[in-house]
Design a protein around this ligand. Structure first.
Ligand code: G3H
Ligand code: ZN
Length: 286
């Protein structure tokens, strides 16, 4: 069923695993991720950036596609449709109105008080209708669609500020920026685990790790042990599926039927997502 993230993340936190947020870009991504979740008997979060929503048609189109696929696939695992890095109160409300079951309001570029105010505004609306909310503090480096944060701007979240934001807004889960990066890492990731532990102890809410592409398994496991209950992955599916498209087209220069190269790309995404679900420990937790 289509649900918010609230129960799935609380269960994950208390049982010591993380639910994957896998970003969708088109029909094939959505199919692959839903197929992987059902096959692994895993809860799943479909992440939708504002750029991806524009590409696919809009928030209504996405909700209809997901609901249609879930009916056709007879999906029984919990699925959330989540606005990724929502840029404003208005965008979050638009997504909720279309049927998204979860939203992230990313006020991390604002000063603390402003971030708290805008996040609180979103929570007040969302909780009235059973939609879950994620917020962010600090700044996650790298690039995802419209969101570009260069190295100098990237900033670690401050635990006391995280505590204040979570307490004053009532968010369901929280993403402290602690050295993770959108897109590939330059060298090994250097995550701030000491601060992660502090944030876990201060806030008590399930934590979210953005930039899940390229984080070694030992760091994933450590993050989960320190309260991380949601891990976002986007770039890795793009890398693996585009490689498949290239290989198929290179080997078959006369191929023109999109199903013949998008089908294999879809299978690659499914395999990648299944691998992540096993790493995150969410398989058989639906
Ligand atoms: O919000 C989405 C994620 O944080 C994706 O990060 O593209 O590095 O996997 P990634
Ligand atoms: Zn992110």
């Amino acid at each position: 069923p289509l649900v918010s993230m609230k129960e799935m993340l609380e269960k994950a936190k208390s049982e010591g695993y993380a639910v994957g947020q896998f970003n969708i870009n088109n029909l094939e991504y959505t199919q692959a991720i839903l197929q992987a979740a059902q096959e692994e008997n895993s809860p799943v979060i479909l992440g939708v950036s504002e750029g991806a929503a524009r590409y696919m048609g809009g928030f209504f189109t996405i909700v209809q596609i997901v609901e249609g696929l879930m009916a056709d696939y007879e999906t029984t695992v919990p699925v959330a449709i989540h606005l990724d890095h929502g840029s404003s109160f208005e965008k979050c409300v638009e997504a909720m109105y279309a049927g998204f079951t979860s939203v992230m309001i990313d006020g991390s570029h604002h000063p603390l008080e402003e971030n708290i105010a805008i996040t609180k505004q979103v929570v007040d609306v969302a909780h009235t209708i059973g939609v879950s909310v994620e917020a962010e503090l600090g700044r996650i480096g790298g690039q995802e669609d419209d969101l570009v944060v260069d190295d100098a701007e990237a900033a670690y979240a401050i635990p006391s500020e995280c505590d204040q934001l979570v307490r004053e807004t009532g968010v369901d889960c929280f993403a402290p920026a602690l050295g993770s990066v959108h897109g590939p890492y330059k060298g090994e990731p250097n995550l701030g685990f000491d601060r992660m532990e502090e944030v876990m102890n201060l806030t008590g809410v399930p934590l979210v790790l953005h930039g899940g592409t390229g984080i070694p398994l030992k760091d994933i496991q450590k993050a989960i042990s320190l309260g991380t209950a949601k891990i976002n992955v986007n770039t890795e599916n793009q890398i693996t599926s585009t490689k498949t498209v290239r290989e198929v087209l290179d080997a078959n220069p006369d191929m023109i039927d999109p199903r013949k190269f998008l089908g294999p790309a879809r299978d690659t995404i499914k395999e990648t997502v299944i691998g992540k679900m096993r790493e995150f420990g969410s398989s058989n937790k639906a």
